[in-house]
Design a protein around this ligand. Structure first.
Ligand code: UGA
Length: 453
């Protein structure tokens, strides 16, 4: 099939590359010519395992092209995967989505299916329909089209896998002939992903739009729930990992996405929870649970810093701390809303020196920290980007681990102890067994796991 994808951002790029890999002819539209040049050379603006190879292979095979010119985009299937950044109230701004819809309408020459992949507020499919209809009316055109909501559920760091082996494909279609025609096209498009195991869930467009927000809200709720239990476990001397295993055995609860830690970050959960909260309030039903989820997470991100201050004193002048991990999670260089940035800010503001290491996120973190108005040049001068994890430890009073990169999981503890001034580890992702840490002679602070003698 011939497909146009609007946007070569995270979702657009993954969608375009994966649909090309499935044998379709894909044109990915991107406004930024520098980004297009980069992509044509097989270089990605983001770090995502497996994606560069997929882009290179499909560009090479002629199935994937990048352009800034929508004229070439006459395909029957038009995917909109442009950004929906939060406005000042936290609501998702759909202006780019509507612009793409108008561009499609201006060039429409036959029946087209317009598929929204971006995460959008409830009712956006209807706004897309209205925007397209308005353009067609202005042209005096009676062409027919369908709008489909097809939210994306991929995780950063596992995006290609999640697209190719999705748990589900949610398709929200409109009633009527155009909707049925769209459903037939999308059934054919996604057939390779449904072959051994039917994964498509059909619904109306509003339900599809809400499904996306509800999924992220549920996941964030699980994290804040387990974090709150972990904080209680700390106070009463219980082990949150044992509790996770104990409750996860109940199939209704399950084990996954119940890892206590120093809070969730990323672009999706914080942004989507805000947007959902906003639209629920507008609909007359403020979401009290989600407000609590967000508040718990904000507090959780402060926890490592508070523990360090409690252990070393309020003024950390003369102290050095090593921080492993800057990205909001492993396998990405994304530092948006990352817990590490919160911790680094706390330490620098308390006059500490900080040495950080992340396998891929130094550049993105540097940019984000330089934009943090609470940190002046004097504070940033106390921040050092280390060349490797062990280098960050040299002369540090303690190590804080904020991102669970695989390479941090089994360090040589003898070397760690030799490099640190004091063998103190703040384990923000519960990577290490308290018992083994005690045996190694390390003062281990975890989230909801009591120290073991
Ligand atoms: C999230 C969802 O998981 C995807 O399904 C969704 O498509 C995506 O948002 C989106 O809306 O685009 P992502 O933001 O890439 O994906 O990251 P996650 O793997 O969900 O992790 C989010 C944060 O939660 C990370 O900071 C992670 O460390 C934290 N987390 C995750 C925990 O603290 N505990 C857990 O048990 C799991």
């Amino acid at each position: 099939m011939r497909i146009t994808v609007f946007g070569a951002g995270y979702v657009g790029l993954v969608t375009a590359a994966c649909l090309a890999e499935l044998g379709n002819e894909v044109l990915c539209l991107e406004r930024d010519p520098a980004r297009i040049a980069l992509l044509e050379r097989g270089q990605l603006p983001i770090h995502e395992p497996g994606l560069a190879e997929l882009v290179t292979a499909n560009v090479g095979a002629g199935r994937l092209r990048f352009s800034s010119d929508a004229d070439g985009g006459m395909a029957e299937l038009q995917f909109i995967a442009v950004g929906t950044p939060p406005d000042e109230d936290g609501a998702a701004d759909v202006e780019h989505v509507l612009q793409a819809a108008r561009t499609i309408a201006r060039r429409m020459a036959g029946f087209q299916v317009i598929v929204t992949k971006s995460t959008v507020p409830i009712g956006t499919a209807e706004r897309v329909r209205a925007a397209v209809q308005q353009e067609l009316d202005a042209r005096g055109s009676g062409l027919s089209f369908a709008v489909v909501s097809n939210p994306e559920f991929l995780k950063e760091g596992a995006a290609v896998h999640d697209f190719m082996q999705p748990d589900r494909i949610v398709l929200g279609v409109e009633a009527g002939t155009a909707g049925r025609r769209a459903a037939a096209l999308l059934t054919a498009l996604y057939e390779p992903l449904n072959r051994h195991h039917p994964r498509t869930v059909w619904m109306d467009t509003r339900s599809a739009e809400l499904t996306k927000y509800a999924a992220n809200a549920m996941l964030a709720t699980r994290i804040s729930f387990i974090n709150e239990m972990a904080n209680l476990a700390d106070l009463i001397g219980a082990d949150i990992e044992a509790v996770r295993c104990g409750i996860g055995a109940d199939q209704r609860i399950g084990y996954s996405f119940l890892y206590a830690g120093c809070g969730y970050g990323g672009s999706c959960f914080p942004k989507d929870l805000q947007a959902l909260g906003r639209l629920a309030s507008e609909a007359g039903q403020p979401l009290r649970l989600l407000r609590a989820v967000e508040a718990i997470n904000n507090d959780q991100k402060l926890m490592l810093g508070q523990r360090i201050l409690a252990r070393f004193g309020d003024d950390l002048h003369g102290h050095v701390f090593a921080v492993w991990g800057l990205a909001f999670k492993p396998d990405t260089d994304d530092v948006r809303h990352a817990s590490a940035l919160v911790l680094i800010g706390q330490l620098l503001r308390a006059n500490a020196c900080v040495a950080v290491y992340d396998p891929v996120a130094h550049a993105t973190a540097r940019r984000a920290l330089e934009q943090d108005r609470s940190l002046g040049p004097e504070a940033l001068a106390r921040l050092r980007y280390a060349s490797d994890p062990m280098n960050a430890l040299q002369g540090a009073d303690a190590l804080a681990i904020v991102t669970e990169w695989k390479q941090f999981r089994s360090p040589d503890w003898r070397q760690v102890k030799a490099l640190l001034r004091q063998p103190v580890v703040f384990d923000g992702r519960n990577l290490f067994e308290p018992r083994l840490m005690a045996e190694a002679g390390i003062e281990h602070h975890s989230i909801g796991r009591p120290p073991r003698a």
